[in-house]
Write a protein that binds this ligand. Structure first.
Ligand code: NAG
Ligand code: NAG
Ligand code: NAG
Ligand code: NAG
Ligand code: NAG
Ligand code: NAG
Ligand code: NAG
Ligand code: NAG
Ligand code: NAG
Ligand code: NAG
Ligand code: NAG
Ligand code: NAG
Ligand code: CU
Length: 578
């Protein structure tokens, strides 16, 4: 059906011209309108000698790249040609007053059903760097994902030397089986879902897997140049370590926010996060090739995919050097799979750039303090005559403040906007856990969670401080929490239970990292601040898809402000219906 369309459809020469940085631009304030067309269609893909039909955008796996300049408006028409319901999330885009385009199914929109289409319509404001898009329904994001590249405004250089070249590097997770069958089976049996068969770099597992050598990402570089790697972790369930043998990264940006540059040989990136790093190549042809490798950082107790994805960094062979067919291939050393010390060190180095041009606007006063526990739990087996495969014959579950989120059957934002929310959700999400327990000590005997569709309601412009506390129920575990509609500042983090008397004294209100996804440390806590200046319903969830499926999610309802420009815009006419 969709083969007749070009994979990315730009309308107008302006857009094309801008991609190669011409000497002209419309207006810096208005920005350019960029049109894309996403045909959701099936495509046969073979990896690890397993061939299957996967859901793609425009037949591409990974999906097409979206390029915009800060200030531009994006109009992305998504046409659904597959049997599955679809919705697409523009991960990290603030969606100021345009919550209808955020994408999480049954939160801001009903899914785009087979044969239907929907135009996502939003502007890119105050962000520049790398973000990404992905499906936001069930586990379809396993194959539906791609980069969003936001170039700085014309005439605004990067706050670092202009790189010679830019390379998107997206990590993914490949399953030989159908991921939709895997999560559906797991939710039915109550057990943990089957793990992936490989990690991928730009869709390719690389030579360390059986039957995969031809599917290796290879990057050819020149000596003495600086490359900008735009790293995206699109894996479903795994945080990843990443390193390139014999090369050092300079971290310059995370989640489309510049950071104080620092050097590291290895970095860690959670699902949902993006990281831009500079890689300076060796000044002379090194007579060698270099593996770039990623493998997981794991804190949970369940089984996981412990394999390693590898790509290869090759140097262009100078003409004065005769065939170097068999170059030695160097391997990076990656931290142990459970190296929490490394992760703590790495996250502590991340600081906002915090310059007059790129300030860190940390809320200094706090209107509302919240304390949420995040972690696993159990729920009863609903088939009376059968034992479930979760702990002690129960089903695995997960919760925020002991509420495991129940997905409604219509979109929360629509229900709220049209005043038809009665009974669909409760506006009383708990501000604290109902009972204190030693969150990171011996877990309580009763691991059963409660459930519901509960929202936390915030007046417009509320300044929020939220402590997210991991629990040890069914094992402490790092949870990369993602907030839609906002960036937040990570003002503090630590291990054990958060201490409201001692810990706030050490909060960093000067140059904390600003981002949209942050790992709650395993057996620890994180403190974030954000200003609720964006009206709408905003999802917050663990970006480990298995935990989201088990209910580790909730939503904020930010009310309209008084002024006309503080109100959610009306819904577009083509907004899908349930
Ligand atoms: C996109 O949204 C803007 C702001 O609401 C609106 O003015 C414009 O008409 C919309 N464009 C399309 C094609 O829907
Ligand atoms: C998950 O793994 C089990 C054990 O290998 C297998 O029997 C089952 O079919 C798998 N489920 C899916 C959906 O592939
Ligand atoms: C790469 O690093 C290894 C280990 O540190 C070292 O032995 C080797 O000489 C290096 N090779 C190159 C080409 O830099
Ligand atoms: C990965 O897990 C398998 C099965 O548990 C084990 O046999 C193997 O040694 C592990 N590999 C690594 C690199 O840890
Ligand atoms: C990490 O795993 C190793 C064995 O694989 C174990 O010896 C070590 O205690 C673990 N470290 C932590 C911090 O859990
Ligand atoms: C973490 O940082 C400390 C102090 O900078 C250093 O001593 C330690 O070796 C680092 N640990 C790891 C695992 O990198
Ligand atoms: C057991 O449950 C299944 C569905 O879960 C049902 O079809 C079956 O009739 C039940 N058996 C008994 C003996 O209740
Ligand atoms: C399972 O049951 C055993 C024995 O009743 C108990 O010791 C254990 O804590 C239970 N585990 C969970 C996860 O509830
Ligand atoms: C909580 O549990 C930890 C680990 O068992 C223990 O060290 C700590 O003292 C406990 N804290 C409280 C307040 O009971
Ligand atoms: C859990 O149950 C055991 C025995 O059933 C009891 O001794 C223990 O105090 C209970 N622990 C908690 C935290 O309630
Ligand atoms: C919510 O919890 C109740 C009580 O445990 C349970 O019966 C019900 O099935 C749960 N609902 C969902 C959607 O999980
Ligand atoms: C697709 O979404 C609609 C609207 O929510 C729902 O009624 C339908 O059951 C869904 N279809 C599938 C295949 O999930
Ligand atoms: Cu999680």
């Amino acid at each position: 059906m969709g083969e007749n369309f070009p994979s990315i459809m730009f309308i107008g020469v302006l857009t094309l011209a801008l991609c190669v940085f011409p000497g002209f631009v419309l207006s810096q304030n208005e920005g350019t309108i960029r049109h894309y067309k996403f045909n959701i269609q099936m495509k046969t893909v073979t990896r690890l000698c397993h061939t299957k039909s996967v859901v793609t955008v425009n037949g591409k796996f990974p999906g097409p790249r979206i390029t915009a300049m800060e200030g531009d408006r994006l109009l992305i028409e998504v046409v659904n040609h597959v049997p599955n319901n679809i919705s697409i999330h523009w991960h990290g885009i603030r969606q100021l007053r345009s919550g209808w385009s955020d994408g999480p199914a049954y939160i801001t929109q009903c899914p785009i059903q087979t044969g239907q289409s929907y135009v996502y319509n939003f502007t890119v404001v105050g962000q520049r760097g790398t973000l990404w898009w992905h499906a936001h329904i069930s586990w379809l994001r396993s194959t539906l994902y791609g980069p969003i590249i936001i170039l700085p405004k014309q005439g605004t250089p990067y706050p670092f030397a202009k790189p010679y070249n830019e390379v998107p590097i997206i990590f993914g997770e490949w399953f030989n089986a159908d991921p939709e069958a895997i999560i559906s089976q797991a939710l039915q049996t109550g057990g943990g879902p089957n793990v992936s068969d490989a990690y991928t770099i730009n869709g390719l597992p690389g030579p360390l897997y059986n039957c995969s050598t031809k599917d290796t990402f290879k990057l050819k570089v020149k000596p003495g140049k600086t490359y900008l790697f735009r790293l995206i972790n699109a894996a479903l369930n795994d945080e990843l370590f990443f390193s390139v043998a014999n090369h050092t990264f300079t971290v310059v940006e995370t989640d489309a926010i510049y950071v104080k540059p620092f050097e590291t040989e290895t970095l860690v990136i959670t699902p949902g996060q993006t990281t831009n790093v500079l890689l300076k190549t060796k000044s002379h042809f090194p007579n060698a090739s270099f593996f770039m490798m990623a493998r997981p950082y794991v804190t949970g107790q369940g089984t996981f995919d412990n394999s390693t994805v590898a790509g290869i960094l090759n140097y262009v062979i100078p003409s004065n050097i005769r065939h170097s067919k068999k170059l030695p291939l160097f391997t990076p050393s990656l931290p142990a799979l459970n190296d929490t010390n490394f992760v703590t060190n790495f996250t502590n180095k991340l600081r906002s750039l915090a310059t007059p041009q790129f300030p860190a606007n940390v809320p200094k006063k706090v209107d509302k303090h919240f304390f949420f526990t995040v972690g696993l739990g159990t729920s009863p087996c609903d088939k009376r005559n059968q034992t479930c495969q979760g702990p002690n014959g129960t089903k695995f579950s997960a919760s925020v403040n002991n509420v495991s989120f129940v997905q409604p059957n219509t979109a929360l934002l629509q229900a709220h906007y049209s005043g038809q929310s009665n009974g669909l959700y409760s506006p009383y999400f708990p501000v604290n856990p109902l009972h204190w327990f030693n969150y990171t000590g011996t877990p309580p005997n009763n691991t059963m969670v409660s459930n519901g569709t509960k929202l936390m309601v915030l007046p417009f412009n509320t300044s929020v401080e939220l402590i997210m506390q991991d629990t040890s129920i069914l094992g402490a575990e790092s949870h990369p929490l993602h907030l839609h509609g906002f960036n937040f500042f990570v003002v503090g983090q630590g291990f054990g239970n958060f201490d409201p008397n001692k810990d706030p004294k050490n909060f960093n209100l000067v140059d904390p990292i600003e981002r949209n996804t942050m790992g709650v440390p395993s057996g620890g806590w994180v403190a974030i601040r954000f200003l609720a200046d964006n009206p709408g319903v905003w999802f917050m969830h663990c970006h480990l898809e298995v935990h989201t499926s088990w209910g580790l999610k909730m939503a904020w309802l930010v009310l309209d402000g008084k002024l006309p420009n503080q109100k959610l815009l009306p819904p577009p006419a083509d907004l899908p219906k349930c």
